[in-house]
Design a protein around this ligand. Structure first.
Ligand code: HEM
Length: 567
C-alpha cells in the first residue's frame, strides 16, 4: 500500500513546475472552500499553521527527498509563492467580479481589502469624514469593504438595528475573542446568549439602582463645579475636565472605586493607558482579522495592561469581599451577584467577567464626557440658548444651586433638548456599528442586500443629512421641543444609543450623567469662548476612535454669583 510519506516524497521529487502548478490549483480551491466561512476569525490559526507547515515542509523535503537545504528552501518557497499568488489572484477576481456584493459601487481597493478602510482611518483618524466623501461620490449604498456596505438611508436604521432586526453583530465583534464564554456582553454575537447576559446588566440599570447612583453623580458634579470655580480666573480645558468627570463617575458607579481625577486634576494611570492607544485601535480595528491576530498573540495587548490590570484586580478584590446580603452598590456588584447566585444571566467565566468590567468603564465614561464637552462648546457658541436654559433652570429651582434636585432638572425638558441635539451632531459612538445580514438578506427600501454581508450606517452623516434634517448642520435644540412638528424631527433618523437588543444598556445612566453635569454647570457659570481660541479647530478636529476623541477646548467659566446659593 502507498503511504502518505511515499506520496509526499514522490510529490517533492516532481518537477518544480508541476509542484508549483499543483499548489497554484490548491490556492484556488482553498479560496473557493473558505467562501461562506468567517475566515477572518481564524486568520491567527491559519497564519500559525502556515508558518509551522512552511518550516516543517522544508525540513521534510530536505531530509526525505535528498535535496540540499538551499534547494529544499527554494522549492518550498516556490510552492508557497505559487499557492499565495493563486489564492490572492482568485480572491481579487472573486471579490471584484463574482462576489454577492459586486453590484454595489465603491472604490476598487475597498472591494478588494479592508486595508483600504484602515488606510482611510489612518489619514487623520477621521474615518467619518472619509466615509462622508465616499457617500458623496458613490451614493447611499457604498461598498466599503469586500463584504461591507455602508448605508445612508433612514429606513435602514430599523432594518439593521431595530428591535425586530434579524441582523446579528458582525465579525468585528470577534476581534478580541471569538469565544462567547470569554468575551463581554458587548462582544457576544449570538442572539440567545446575548439576551441572557443582558438581563444581569439591565438589573444594574433599573430605576431603583439608578436612584442609588443619582446622589453619587451629583457629588462628582459638585466636585467638578468646585474645580471650575477655583479656576474661573483663567481658561479651562473642558475636554479634559469633562473626561475627569466621566471617569470618576464610572469608577464610583462601576466599582465603588475612586479614580481621583477631579480631586487631583491628573489623569489616572489606568485611563491614560486606554487613551494612549485609541488611535492605533481605530486604525487596526478597521481590519477585523488584524485585530483578531493581535488579540491572539500573547502579550500583544500589553499596551493596555495598565487598564486591564486595574479592572482585573478591582473585580477580583470585589469577588473576595462581596456581601450577598447587601443591595448592590455598583454595576460590577450586580454582575457579580448574578455569578454568585448561579443566575443564567451570569458572565460565564472569569475572562468574560473581566471583559465586562472593562466595558463598564469604556462604554460609560468617554461617551458621557464627550457630550458634556460638546454641549459646553455649543452653549458658548449660542449664548442666547445658554441664557434660555439658565432662565428655565432658575425658574424651576428659585432657591439656586443649593435647591438643585434631579427631579426638578427633569422637568426642564429644554435640558434634554440640548442633550439630544448635541447627540445628533456629535454622536459619541461616531459610527453605527456593523451588523451581519441574515442568510435571506435584508431589504432597505427597494434595495436587496444579500445574506452574510456586513452592514453599517455612517451615523455622523446620517444625523445631519439635509434630506431629513432641516438645517441639519445647525445646532437647534428647539427641534426637539416647540419646533418638533415644524422641523419634522419625529421622522428623521436618530440613533446615538443604537437601537434594539444590542443597543446601549446604560442609556438612562448616560442621561443621568449628562443632565446632572450640564444643569450644574450652567446654573453656576456663564460659559464663553476664550478670546483668540480657535473653536473651529475643536469642532473640526474630533477624531473617530470608535468613541469620539475631542481636541482640547479652552473655555471661560464665569461664576453666576447671584444665582449660586453658596455665594
Ligand atoms: C451619552 C452616553 C452614551 C452613549 C451615546 C452610548 C452609546 C452606545 C452605543 C451606540 C452602543 C451600541 C454599541 C454597539 O452597537 O456595539 C452602546 C452600548 C453599550 N453601552 Fe452605551 N452609551 C452611553 C452611555 C453609557 C453608559 C453611561 C453606560 C454604563 C456603563 C453604557 C453601557 C453600555 C453597554 C454595557 C453597552 C453594550 C450593550 C450590549 O452590547 O448589549 N453606555 N452604547
Amino acid at each position: 500500500m502507498v503511504s502518505f510519506s511515499d506520496l509526499f516524497v514522490a510529490a517533492s521529487r516532481a518537477s518544480a513546475r508541476d509542484s508549483a502548478l499543483a499548489f497554484g490549483l490548491l490556492g484556488i480551491f482553498f479560496n473557493i472552500a473558505i467562501q461562506g466561512v468567517e475566515f477572518e476569525l481564524y486568520m491567527y490559526h491559519f497564519m500559525a499553521i502556515s508558518i509551522s507547515l512552511y518550516w516543517g515542509l522544508i525540513f521534510t523535503v530536505y531530509s526525505v527527498a535528498d535535496y540540499g537545504i538551499l534547494t529544499a528552501f527554494a522549492r518550498v518557497s516556490l510552492l508557497y509563492a505559487s499557492f499565495g499568488f493563486s489564492l490572492m489572484t482568485s480572491m481579487v477576481c472573486y471579490r471584484l467580479f463574482f462576489h454577492r456584493l459586486c453590484r454595489f459601487p465603491g472604490p476598487v481597493w475597498a472591494k478588494i481589502t479592508r486595508f483600504h478602510a484602515s488606510s482611510l482611518a489612518a489619514k487623520n483618524i477621521q474615518y467619518y469624514k472619509e466615509l462622508a466623501k465616499l457617500h458623496a461620490q458613490y451614493g447611499d449604498f457604498v461598498r466599503t469593504g469586500p463584504r461591507e456596505i455602508s448605508i445612508l438611508r433612514p429606513e435602514a436604521a430599523d432594518v439593521i438595528y431595530g428591535p425586530q432586526s434579524e441582523c446579528r453583530k458582525s465579525t468585528w465583534y470577534g476581534g478580541s475573542s471569538n469565544d462567547p464564554n470569554k468575551c463581554s456582553v458587548n462582544m457576544t454575537r449570538d442572539f440567545a446568549q446575548h439576551r441572557l447576559r443582558r438581563r444581569a446588566w439591565d438589573r444594574a440599570f433599573s430605576m431603583k439602582a439608578l436612584s442609588t447612583y443619582q446622589p453619587r453623580v451629583k457629588a462628582k458634579a459638585d466636585l467638578l463645579i468646585d474645580q471650575l470655580r477655583k479656576r474661573s480666573d483663567r481658561p479651562i480645558d473642558i475636554t479634559t475636565w469633562a473626561m475627569f468627570f466621566g471617569f470618576d463617575v464610572m469608577g464610583d458607579l462601576g466599582f465603588s472605586k475612586e479614580f481621583y481625577n477631579l480631586e487631583s486634576g491628573v489623569e489616572h494611570h489606568a485611563i491614560k493607558a486606554i487613551h494612549k492607544h485609541m488611535t492605533t485601535m481605530a486604525v487596526v480595528s478597521m481590519t477585523p482579522w488584524l485585530l483578531n491576530i493581535l488579540g491572539s498573540i500573547p502579550g500583544a495587548a500589553a499596551a493596555f495592561s495598565g487598564f486591564f490590570d486595574f479592572c482585573g484586580s478591582e473585580i477580583k478584590a470585589k469577588q473576595k469581599s462581596w456581601d450577598g446580603e447587601q443591595y448592590p452598590r455598583d454595576i460590577t456588584s450586580w454582575l457579580l451577584k448574578a455569578v454568585k447566585e448561579n443566575d443564567p444571566s451570569a458572565s460565564p467565566s472569569q475572562e468574560s467577567l473581566d471583559d465586562d468590567s472593562r466595558v463598564v468603564i469604556i462604554a460609560g465614561s468617554d461617551t458621557s464626557a464627550t457630550v458634556l464637552a460638546n454641549t459646553m462648546y455649543f452653549l458658548a457658541k449660542h449664548p442666547d440658548k445658554q441664557r434660555k436654559v439658565q432662565t428655565l433652570l432658575d425658574r424651576a429651582m428659585p432657591g439656586g444651586y443649593t435647591a438643585w434636585s434631579y427631579d426638578k432638572v427633569k422637568t426642564v425638558t429644554y435640558v434634554d433638548d440640548i442633550i439630544n441635539e448635541t447627540l445628533r451632531l456629535r454622536p459619541p459612538v461616531v459610527m453605527a456599528m456593523p451588523r451581519e445580514t441574515p442568510a435571506k438578506g435584508i431589504r432597505v427600501g427597494d434595495v436587496h442586500i444579500p445574506g452574510g454581508a456586513n452592514v453599517l450606517m455612517p451615523l455622523h452623516q446620517l444625523q445631519r443629512d439635509k434630506r431629513w434634517w432641516q438645517q441639519g448642520e445647525d445646532w437647534i435644540p428647539e427641534r426637539w421641543g416647540e419646533r418638533r412638528h415644524e422641523m419634522g424631527t419625529d421622522g428623521a433618523p436618530w440613533l446615538p444609543f443604537s437601537l434594539g437588543a444590542f443597543g446601549c444598556s446604560g442609556k438612562n445612566l448616560g442621561y443621568l450623567n449628562m443632565r446632572t453635569s450640564i444643569s450644574s454647570i450652567v446654573m453656576n457659570f456663564d460659559v464663553a469662548f476664550v478670546e483668540g481660541e480657535d473653536d473651529e479647530a475643536f469642532y473640526d478636529g474630533a477624531l473617530d476612535t470608535l468613541t469620539m476623541t475631542l481636541p482640547p477646548l479652552k473655555l471661560k467659566f464665569t461664576a453666576r454669583g447671584s444665582v449660586d446659593g453658596r455665594d
